[in-house]
Design a protein around this ligand. Structure first.
Ligand code: S3P
Length: 167
């Protein structure tokens, strides 16, 4: 079975939707960022502090290539995973779902969690807008399925994904 890959920006609900989707489909759920943190024993923010974004991206590519070797998993990726061609090739092996969301929802969700180094010490809203203008096309281009996640009830988003995959 093909892996199910969730892509989308920070705060689009990849982890929350991914966990429920995996449960419904009786698959394992894996989150690339959490796996990197587990492997390194420190937070994503600490990795950015010590190794910079470049260091984090190298670890992310290594982790994605490892996780894409697995079969039958629901994989939540980090918001920037699609910026590298090497990663895009890896992710295309799976069924790619883009969780599309508004900047307002992203802002509300990311404010609850401090572990987002790209949003530290900057105006979060402007940064999210800037990232979306660079990455929006890539998310659309890589997606086999686009689902509006926004602030909808998670189970409804999962229902829509399962229905679309059945078709
Ligand atoms: C990033 C998104 C984060 C994490 C890192 C960089 C990005 O993941 O990978 O902070 O470049 O958009 P989430 O999308 O899970 O927040």
């Amino acid at each position: 079975m093909q892996n199910i890959i969730l892509i989308g920006p920070m705060g689009s609900g990849k982890t929350t939707v991914g966990k429920q989707l995996a449960k419904r489909l009786r698959l394992d759920f894996v989150d690339s960022d959490h796996m990197i943190e587990e492997r390194c024993g420190v937070s994503i923010s600490t990795i950015f502090d010590i190794e910079g974004e470049d260091g984090f991206r190298k670890r992310e590519t290594k982790m994605l290539s490892e996780l894409c070797e697995r079969a039958g998993v629901v994989l939540a990726t980090g918001g920037g995973a699609i910026t590298s061609e090497e990663n895009r090739i890896l992710l295309r092996k799976g069924y790619v779902i883009y969780l599309k969301t508004s900047i307002e929802t992203q802002l509300a969700r990311t404010q609850k969690n401090q572990n987002r180094p790209l949003l530290e010490n900057v105006d979060a809203e402007s940064k999210l807008v800037e990232l979306m203008s660079e990455r929006g096309v890539l998310y659309e281009q890589e997606a086999d399925l686009i689902v509006v996640s926004g602030d909808r009830i998670v189970s409804k988003v999962v229902d829509e994904i399962i229905e679309a995959m059945d078709r």
